[in-house]
Design a protein around this ligand. Sequence first.
Ligand code: 4NP
Length: 158
Amino acid sequence: MNPTSVLFVCLGNICRSPTAEGVFHSLVASQGLAESIHIDSAGTSNWHIGERPDPRAIEAASKRGIDLTNLRGRQAIARDFAQFDYVIAMDHENYSNLSRLATPDQQAKLHLFLEFAEGVSEVEVPDPYFGSAGGFPHVLDLIENASQGLLKHILAKA
Ligand code: 4NP
């Protein structure tokens, strides 16, 4: 397949988008596609640059066999729209902030992650940062679902 690149983006890049990076990477690797699909994550804010994912995100992902400990926060920049084929926002706020970084031609690269989920009534991956630890397994369920759909979409296009 043609090499494809995917950037997952949330607000802080310490909860949802690193979780999406880890889950999607694990799925892609399980299909033998790790060499073909480049994956990264970023935040729209600069609040957690250089930081590891939130300990609650690390813990919830590790229970599903996914290691997030090597990931570090970074901020999304306009050049990401030149470098990535897909820029995937977790919620509408992320989407509109990212939209401002993209040129008119690049807007089609921008998606809401749950566009790719099946059988889910939610349209946003909820921010678990200020909630209880119980929010993290739900975020993982949504991310696992949407990751399957995103990979199907990419393979159908490739
Ligand atoms: P994320 O969650 O966008 O899923 O990484 C958040 C992380 C940090 C903050 C908010 C949301 N914060 O306010 O620092």
